[in-house]
Ligand binder design. Structure first.
Ligand SMILES: [Mn+2]
Length: 418
């Protein structure tokens, strides 16, 4: 018997930040979550899977209209026609109380209750699925505390949306531990919420399949679902299957590693990174962020006119069929140590000393943090998802470093006082 385990489909997840540019392949990216769901259904059919497990966040949030629900229902019906059962729970993004619209799903789809844990027995498969949907967007207790004992003689699966005992970049939801899960005596824990693939344990199996399709560069690399093979009530194979249609990637360019003297040199070096990302995407549309690091002479040009070099790089990316430059991030510095420059008696030295103090002094950081209160309130949530965070004073340390690099480039670069 084969099972397919997926989570965090975020069907019709809205796009952020890609539409501003001429020629951006926004339509292909917008459709990616649907095409990936079609790939998931195709995998179930090709592998003759008996059961599809969906561990929450099938939807990104409340549907804008019924199109999202109709698309999902049609895909589930294709599975039903092939005799594939579907067991699903809701997560923090698609908690029932958060959705103002709903559609009846085909009879092969079994959504587990949110008020208390529910067990669904699939007699013909010899499988019991125990799980609980999120009743609301935030669940701060361990839902598994009330999960039932395993059903004797069946293959027991726990289906849960959870942050487990914490994973970087993921908010805390329905926390629990792998030891707690293991103590339940189930054979396989089908988890969701954490968007990175992870086999947490093998006895019993505790698995995050990761999300089905990356949504931005912080979700770089292959994405998909997990194929599980069960024989005589035992897991005999667990395999990650890649199902994404758009691939996100980050290409780093270290100005210190090569002799990158000018903006044009930089574009040449970065183009090699774009080509590598293109190859790794294996024919998928590849959306790449280029991040410049290290210390080098080209920094002055890049930091002095980042928009121009971003456009040059975008032009270079467009020469590769299927690569889209998401953004150029200039995080490099000028050659020469900051410590040396900080000793200068002039304005450059003063500036570096002041910025260095601000970064190191919690009281100064707290003052600056207060100055940013207004900005914090106005910050759109998408920016937070993209890694721009201002929740605590320590989050200012990194932007202060960027400020230093930018000011130095202006002061010491071409046209500066030198
Ligand atoms: Mn989630």
């Amino acid at each position: 018997m084969k099972l397919v385990h997926a989570a965090d489909l975020h069907v019709d997840s809205p796009l952020v930040g890609l539409e501003r540019y001429e020629g951006a392949p926004t339509e292909r990216i917008r459709q990616a979550s649907r095409r990936a769901l079609e790939n998931l259904v195709a995998l179930c059919l090709a592998e003759r899977a008996s059961l599809l497990l969906l561990a929450g966040d099938v939807f990104d949030g409340d549907w804008r209209d019924y199109a999202t629900g109709l698309f999902f229902a049609r895909q589930m019906k294709l599975l039903g026609e092939a005799g594939v059962e579907v067991a699903m729970v809701r997560g923090n993004h698609d908690a029932a109380s958060h959705m103002s619209r709903a559609l009846e799903l085909p009879p092969n789809v079994h959504e587990l209750a949110s008020r208390s844990p529910e067990t669904r027995i699939f007699d013909e498969l010899g499988v019991a699925v125990h799980g609980q949907s999120f009743p609301g967007r935030s669940v701060d207790q361990d839902l598994t505390a009330r999960f039932p004992l395993p059903t004797p003689g069946l293959f027991n699966i726990g289906l849960l949306h959870t942050s487990l005992d914490g994973r970087e970049g993921h908010d805390c939801y329905a926390p629990t531990t792998s030891a707690t899960l293991a103590s339940k005596g189930y054979d396989y824990w089908a988890l969701g919420h954490v968007h990175a693939r992870e086999v947490v344990a093998r006895d019993p199996w505790i698995v995050f399949p990761g999300n089905l399709q990356g949504r931005h560069v912080r979700e770089a690399g292959p994405r998909g679902a997990t194929l599980v093979e069960v024989d005589a009530g035992r897991v005999v194979a667990v395999e990650a299957r890649t199902l994404d249609v758009v691939r996100f990637a980050v290409a780093s360019v270290d100005l210190g590693a090569a002799d990158v003297a000018s903006g044009h040199d930089f574009v040449d070096v970065a183009q090699a990174g774009l080509t590598a990302a293109h190859a790794a995407a294996e024919g998928r549309l590849c959306v790449v962020r280029v991040v410049v690091k290290g210390a080098g002479r080209a920094h002055a040009a890049l930091a002095g006119d980042p928009q121009r070099w971003e456009a040059e790089l975008r032009r270079a990316a467009n020469e590769l069929d299927g690569v889209w430059l998401e953004r150029l991030v200039v995080g490099s510095t000028l050659p020469g140590s900051a410590a040396e420059l900080a000793l200068r008696p002039d304005v450059v030295g003063q500036l570096l000393r002041a910025l260095g103090e601000a970064r190191a002094d919690p009281a100064r950081l707290a003052e600056l943090f207060d100055d940013f209160a207004e900005l914090r309130r106005k910050l759109p949530p998408e920016l937070r998802e993209r890694g721009f965070r201002l929740d605590v004073p320590e989050h200012l340390v990194e932007p202060l470093g960027d400020v230093e690099g930018l000011l130095l480039a202006r002061l010491l670069g071409p046209g500066g006082e030198g």
